[in-house]
Design a binder for this molecule. Structure first.
Ligand code: 5AD
Ligand code: SF4
Length: 444
């Protein structure tokens, strides 16, 4: 039996998948190593969403190979996740130490893959499935803080945004059985977790038997009033009033919506195959503001998509101002092989222009985040304590329902507890607060 170390790159979905892999490995008698150095196998769970994500992984593989040569270790590497299918041939040929490649729907095959590798073969298992949801597997969560956990509720994506590689790397959309999701949330709660995030590429299209996403969200919220429930990610085209109503009716469903806008230009949105325009997006934002006052709105933005002009770029900046996002993940467009953009469009915005547009977007978001955070000063929030702050052992950090990080003097509070904190200061990224009356108020 081997010792396996798993390293995760990319999105929350990959973190959840690594936990599934750990469960499968442990279930078949393998052990989880605590570092790459002491492992027989290092499995790298990869992301293919942008070229720089792939480059990072390739550098890591090269570093591990160099270390292996120098140290004389017999460690072998496995490549899992989104880079598996596209790069399997290169990866297996590239380094003597890459022993296997395993795609996102083949993790159940890991024990047999390791067996084959032990007997001297190199193995690639990358077939995608239309049904695999790993719903009977209880993920093994070892990296976390013991307070908040991800629960994967669906896999794959079939929206085919023209820039995105995910439908090709992760396959068709499929939803996991609702009762297994609720059972996992309940088990997490019993183990002391106080926050779960339901994960899917487009949670709004969750449907298992007759259960819709708003119904699932309510079912998970019913597990316990002090179990916070979050989800990611919503597609603006499908964000329904029904979902907003469900969010409004449960205090423990967090008031934070991640709603990737991608661009503020209608021409770009059409070219991206997003199925909404800026007016629709704004109308959804208005619905959130009306039905969920105080809800935070965060987004994803791509700078420099194919044929983007200065006017298109300005439309994005305008929309950012109109919405006043609390936070944004901002990216330079990266052409991905196999996507519609790669086969039908021209990646014609020069890299320098992409960079300068991205910088403008980042600078504007910095102003918006800071402006929003300043308005928080004086407000009181219930905060779920997650851990020690990076700056000082005397301070804890946690999040409010809106998913904003708040740092405060820990006093006698403990991780996993709900406390009431008054905001006293801020930066663009973090709120600073103080415990109200110097003591914590436990939620019932
Ligand atoms: N280039 C840049 N950003 C991308 N994203 C997805 N594909 C690309 C790409 N090819 C961004 C989108 C998406 C987020 C997860 O990653 O903004 O919402
Ligand atoms: Fe996640 Fe997409 Fe990256 Fe795959 S390509 S790891 S789904 S972000």
């Amino acid at each position: 039996m081997s010792r396996v170390y798993i390293e995760t790159y990319g999105c929350q979905m990959n973190f959840a998948d690594s936990e599934v892999m750990r469960a499968i490995l442990i279930g078949s008698g393998h052990r989880i190593a605590e570092s790459a150095e002491e492992a027989d196998y290092v499995v790298i769970n990869t992301c293919a969403i942008r070229d720089n994500a792939e480059q990072r992984v390739l550098r890591r593989i090269a570093d591990l190979e160099a270390w292996r040569r120098k140290s004389g270790s017999r460690m072998r590497i496995g490549v899992a996740g989104c880079m598996a299918e596209r790069l399997k041939h290169n990866l297996l040929q590239q380094g003597e130490s890459v022993a296997f490649v395993v795609g996102p729907d083949s993790y159940r095959r890991l024990p047999s893959i390791l067996q084959q590798v032990e007997s001297g073969s190199k193995v690639a298992e990358t077939e995608l499935s239309t049904v695999e949801t790993y719903d009977d597997i209880e993920p093994v969560r070892i990296d976390g803080n013991g307070v908040s956990a991800y629960i994967s509720i669906m896999r794959g994506c079939q929206n085919f945004c023209t820039y995105c590689v995910v439908p090709y790397t992760r396959g068709r959309e499929r939803s996991r059985d609702a009762l297994t999701i609720v059972a996992e949330a309940r088990h997490l709660y019993e183990q002391g977790y106080r926050e779960v995030t339901l994960l899917g590429q487009n949670v709004n299209s969750y449907r298992a038997a007759e259960t819709t996403f708003p119904q699932l969200l309510a079912m998970v919220a019913e597990v316990a009033p002090d179990l916070r429930v979050r989800y990611a990610t919503s597609h603006p085209k499908d964000l329904s009033d029904d979902l907003l109503r469900t969010m409004a009716s449960y205090d423990n469903i967090c008031k934070a919506i991640h709603l990737p806008m991608q661009s503020g230009s209608d021409r770009m949105l059409k070219l991206m195959n997003r199925h909404y325009d800026s007016a629709w997006y704004m109308q959804r934002v208005d619905a959130i503001r009306r039905m969920l006052p105080g809800c935070s709105i965060t987004t994803d933005i791509i700078a420099g998509f194919c044929t983007e002009t200065d006017d298109d770029h300005r439309a994005t900046l305008d929309m950012m101002r109109r919405v006043g996002f609390d936070h944004a993940f901002m990216f330079k467009f990266s052409l991905r092989p196999g996507t519609y953009a790669a086969t039908h469009l021209v990646d014609d915005v020069p890299d320098k222009v992409k960079s300068s547009r991205l910088e403008e977007i980042i600078a504007l978001q910095g102003e918006l985040s800071l402006g929003n955070n300043r308005q928080e000063i004086g407000r009181r929030y219930e905060v779920l304590v997650e851990g020690e702050s990076h700056r000082s052992k005397e301070q804890f950090f946690g999040r409010n329902s809106q998913n904003k990080v708040i740092v405060f003097d820990r006093k006698e509070t403990r991780i996993g507890q709900y406390v009431t904190v008054e905001v006293t200061g801020c930066s663009a990224a973090t709120l600073i607060g103080k415990l109200v009356n110097g003591r914590c108020l436990q939620v019932k």
